[in-house]
Structure formats: C-alpha cells, structure tokens
Ligand binder design. Structure first.
Ligand SMILES: Nc1ncnc2c1ncn2[C@@H]1O[C@H](COP(=O)(O)OP(=O)(O)OP(=O)(O)O)[C@@H](O)[C@H]1O
Length: 225
C-alpha cells in the first residue's frame, strides 16, 4: 500500500496540491489525467522525494524512494555522456552491474553517441530503458509516450502491461487518453491540485465522455466556428 495523507504543496503563495488523500494498492497500474497545470508532475515529484511537502506519503515498501523509478517528462542528461554510459550509471546506482546492452537496447538507440544529441523521442526511450534497468518495485512514468514514434508507443504500452502483470506498481500520466485506458487498472482525474474523481475500468467510457465535454467541447464552442 502507498498511502497519501493530506498531501499539500505550495510554490510561493500558489497552492498546487491541496490536501490530497488516497490509498494506492501495490501491484496495480494507475493513470493520472488532468489539464496542463493540474499538479500531476508535482504530485509525482513529491512521491519520488524530489519536493518538500506538507502531509505524508507512507508505504509498506521502506524506504519507498529507494524502490522507486521515475521517468521525468523531460529527462536530464549530463553533457558529454553517451547513451551507454547513461544506462550504466542508472544500473550501477541499483547494483545492477552486469548489463547486456545489446539485449537491453530494444529501441535500437545509438548508444555510443552523446545522449544530449538524441532527438526528443530517443531521449525519452533512453531514459525509459534506464529506469527499467533498475528493476524498481514502483515506477512513475510522466508522459512516457511524449515524442516517441508509433512503433515505440506500442512497445512502451506492451512494457507497461507486462510490468503490471508482473506485480509492479505503476503510475502513468499521459495526455493521450487511449494509452491510459488500454493499460490502467484505475484512472484518477486530477483538477486544480485535487483528486477530483477516481474511475475504475468499467467507468472509462464515462470518463472519456466527461473529459471530452470539459476539455474539448466547452472550449471549442467558445471559438464561434
Ligand atoms: N518549480 C516550480 N516553481 C513554481 N511553480 C511551479 C513549479 N513547478 C510547478 N509549478 C506550478 O505548479 C502548477 C502545477 O504544475 P505541474 O507541472 O505539476 O502540472 P501538470 O499537471 O504536470 O501539467 P502538464 O500537464 O502541463 O505537465 C503549475 O501552475 C506550475 O506552473
């Protein structure tokens, strides 16, 4: 179990997370949707131990942050580090020293090139492979499909599915709705720093309708087309 209890986060006087409380069962795939600025990344960063916050995040996995892999929306790469060195760094940090790079490189990335010179999608795929190498129990994927090609999109979906089936706990945020409904056991709709509503598998059609109405129809109607 990962228990979120009255989690709040302010940046200056802006309240970004507003006393969120929620229990997450381990071994499930969770999706988080919400408009830009809703607080999804801030929530993930708090879980990953990268932000100070009020309230508690507790878990039966102790310490949670040592068993948690985090794919950031825009991964950072040290200058002049090759793809291979980047993967090795991540592997070393979790004592996974024997890496079979040829086997691991399922996206055929140019691992001898500097990671900073990769395209957006290639960077995302390299960062994802690095997180997977660590074999964490909990994995946060912040927009894993952002910028990647259609083929890799399908591969990533398959990876998430497999991780979920193997008992890992996954959190995904994506603006591509179908990628979430295909792989998630539960989807949380986040709005202005709160968990507005939790949708189970059987409610996904309803969620899609509600999202369409809120985020598409009402705004497009304002354009008087
Ligand atoms: N380091 C920071 N300093 C100040 N404000 C911040 C910081 N990080 C995030 N914010 C603000 O917090 C709010 C939530 O941002 P966050 O990135 O968590 O939203 P999000 O739901 O992930 O958005 P998106 O879908 O665009 O990625 C936004 O108003 C953002 O401007």
């Amino acid at each position: 179990m990962i228990r979120i209890n009255k989690l709040s986060k302010n940046f200056g006087n802006k309240e970004v997370l507003k006393s969120i409380s929620h229990d997450f069962e381990l071994g499930k795939v969770y999706g988080i949707v919400g408009e830009n600025g809703a607080g999804k990344t801030t929530f993930f960063r708090c879980m990953a131990g990268l932000e100070t916050h009020a309230g508690d995040i507790t878990s039966s996995i102790k310490p949670l942050k040592d068993s948690l892999g985090y794919l950031q929306t825009e991964p950072y790469f040290f200058p002049r580090i090759t793809g291979k060195e980047y993967l090795q760094l991540f592997a070393n940090s979790h004592d996974e020293t024997e890496v079979d790079f040829a086997k691991q490189n399922i996206f055929d990335l140019p691992l001898t090139k500097y990671a900073e010179d990769y395209s957006t999608g290639m960077k995302k795929k390299l960062a994802l492979l690095a997180v997977l190498l660590q074999k964490n129990e909990v994995i946060i994927l912040d927009e894993p499909f952002n910028g990647v090609d259609i083929h890799s999109n399908l591969v990533i979906k398959e990876i998430i599915d497999k991780l979920g089936k193997s008992g890992k706990t996954i959190f995904i945020c994506s603006h591509i709705f179908s990628t979430l409904t295909d792989v998630c056991d539960e989807i949380i709709f986040m709005d202005e720093g709160v968990f507005k509503k939790v949708y189970q598998l059987s409610d996904y059609t309803q969620l899609e309708e509600e999202m369409k109405k809120k985020t598409i129809l009402e705004s497009v109607d304002r354009l008087d087309l």
